[in-house]
Write a protein that binds this ligand. Sequence first.
Ligand SMILES: NC(=O)c1ccc[n+]([C@@H]2O[C@H](COP(=O)([O-])OP(=O)(O)OC[C@H]3O[C@@H](n4cnc5c(N)ncnc54)[C@H](O)[C@@H]3O)[C@@H](O)[C@H]2O)c1
Length: 320
Amino acid sequence: MVLVTGGAGYIGGTTARYLIEKGEQVVVLDSLVSSNIEDVPNGAVFYKGDVADTALVNEIVKKHNIDACLHFAAFIEVAESCQNPYKYFENNTSKALILFNTLKDNGVSKIVFSSTAAVYGEPEYTPIDEMHPLKPVNPYGLSKFFTENILSSFDASYNVRHVALRYFNACGAWGGSGEKHNPETHLIPLILQVPLGKREKIYINGTDYNTKDGTCVRDYIHVYDLAHAHYLALNYLRAGGRSEKINLGTGKGFSIKEVIEVCEKVAGKEINKEIRGRREGDPAILIASNKKAKEILGWDIAYNDLYDIVQSAYLFHKNN
Ligand SMILES: NC(=O)c1ccc[n+]([C@@H]2O[C@H](COP(=O)([O-])OP(=O)(O)OC[C@H]3O[C@@H](n4cnc5c(N)ncnc54)[C@H](O)[C@@H]3O)[C@@H](O)[C@H]2O)c1
């Protein structure tokens, strides 16, 4: 069976659903610190608890004969990580270390880890490939960078294999899972709150970047495609694949203005917006090279069209 930590959350929940659909038996371990019991996918065995609860993880691994772990559980807010770095290093790094050690002690030697484009920091070139220097610019990115390094050491010393998947901007909804972060800080759900009457307007933070229309450009990857990549990474490790760090993005960039335009088309109405100054620490352009994911995992992208991505999110938010 597969252990999915953070499997009540947005990406972990979607991936757990995807794995169940593929016939995998899934155990979800989630403390519900940023999710709800009803977000646990149907068909998963659920344990409410912390990834650093060694006794509980020991029990789960033994009882369910766990062969691999997909580790999603983490805190994810960049701004909060700058205000309270301890919270991020504790949960995303220290607790990951404890979890990996418990898994290792129980003979679980395959880990798929949720990493992030934030490990790269300010890009020196785009598209960003996996050889790009790693210079995280905030505690969130650092917490994931440290955890990637822990995994590299576990590989070298204990033969625990991993695939660290560096997601760019996760978005969209699938199988009843969508973005429900509290507070919400991600662009697409924030924009969609405006036509759905939950927010007065969307702020555009800076229009003087060196991009096509002056607003920041990002690579938006559908959560279904992330789930699919996790399934491929799991099977890659089961087939004896060596440890890898792999980007997950579409390789295409959309500016904030372009995303708002697509949201307007999907919602069928104009969206109230206001321009304000730049936010500190926002790089102008973040676009992934996804060549390695395609070559090593055989990954292909189902959601290539931003309209379809936004539409899936819109339908989710309308119904939830
Ligand atoms: N959302 C994105 O755009 C994005 C981009 C890059 C990387 N990531 C990474 O993907 C992963 C999942 O992100 P998400 O957007 O689904 O977040 P989320 O907040 O929706 O899900 C995280 C889940 O982990 C659980 N959790 C947190 N700490 C825990 C702990 N110590 N023990 C047990 N459960 C715990 C929470 O209750 C929640 O259900 C995270 O590791 C995040 O850093 C997300």
